[in-house]
Design a protein around this ligand. Sequence first.
Ligand code: N7H
Length: 453
Amino acid sequence: GLNLDEIQGDILVGMKKNKELFFFFEITDVAAFKSKLGTDIHDRITPTAKMLDVATQPVTAVNIAFSHSGLTALGVNVDDLLDTNFQMGQLEDAPTLGDPGTGNWVSAFVEQKVHGVFLLASDTQSNIDDELKSIQTALGGSITELHRLQGAARPGDQQGHEHFGYMDGVSQPAIEGFLDPEAGQFVAKPGAILLGEDGDGNMATRPSWTKSGSFLAFRQLKQRVPEFNKFVADNALSVPGLSKQENIDLFGARTVGRWKSGAPIDLSPLRDDPVLGNDHTRNNNFTFDHPELSGFDVNTNQTLCPFSAHIAKIRPRAFLSVTLNVAHIMRAGIPYGPEVTDAEAAAQTSSDDPALERGLAFVAYQSSLANGFTFLQRSWANNANFPKSNVGVDPIIGSTNSGPPGDAQRTITGLDPTNFQKPIVVNEDFVVSRGGEYFFSPPISALINPLSQ
Ligand code: N7H
């Protein structure tokens, strides 16, 4: 079985708190840092075992992860980790991720001095502030803060929804032998997410101390919400029998593949169904194919779900003739930034005012970045010919190096259920990469040995 005392708490179950801080640091005094890492810091790190039961969850859950340069600074032979993307770092990877340059990147990620990140999760901001202060006191001058991103669940009935308004975290792989899958849930081997477990392609050659660790892909993804809402309204469909607002909402749902409640459009094609959206036994129980509908051809029929919908690009199910049970990631992101202001909503456009930046603090765990996050972004989301030819890039996260406007790959088809060929041009980015870094979330005992040796 899995060693739940070794696996950091965010990896398999997510820390799932109202507030989460990402605190990026540089190690400026290696010896002093090491002397605390195996003691004070080690003792604060929250394992999966403690996250599983509310009774054992700490007031503030703490995880830590290191970049390639961070492990190098600690004197670990990082080539042994056998992950090319991790070794390169995310900056080098920006072109293959489709980022149009790094002009929008947070400077700390461009400067490549980020050695590590603390993830602090709690119900309240003051708990997080207290825990951070206590960590900083313990570490003294051995680290320097380079960047922080404060995540927060959205308020009221938007809790659990990302900033465009859609329920997040609905479809995650079930890890074989860990938690029982719900109907329709993908089952992944533990080694798809964890190093050194069954299903990790490099299991035989990894250093033993990395077992139960995972690579963490972090991305600060700014979301231009008023612009997205305007795009959705401007492209309102004209499906007979639906009101104007319903035709707007349907267009939005078809870009994602789910309604705002989380209900899959494959099961509820014309209107949202919040009961379905909230029902874990049903909201992943679909494949895009419908043998029960006579004459339905999954290779051509986009009446229910477009080939280009975000969840179809990133998990095509029966839209591929061969079902690929690959490229699993465990997502553990959280929204950041303020709600849309009345002024922004009224203008239906934002000034791109830095004070109003909002988005998704995107976190994905996997045992191989090249089979996980980078593969999904590059080979599926950014590929205009996936899962079928000429569907266009992912309307939510698809990105090509050239950027908008005037890029043919940004012509999306399938979004109109009455005319699959109708081209919809996405001439601006609604999700803007502000960069990020690749990290390794080590097993907890490794904080003592080898990382603090
Ligand atoms: Fe996506 N969104 O709100 O539109 N995502 N995503 N994502 N995403 C999913 O199942 C969103 C991003 C995946 O198995 C849902 O949780 C936004 C990146 C995967 O069916 C919604 C951003 C990558 C799935 C969103 C963003 C992924 C998934 C449906 C950026 C990886 C599961 C609810 C700001 C490269 C697919 C759910 C499946 C689902 C949204 C980014 C991957 C609503 C706003 C960068 C694997």
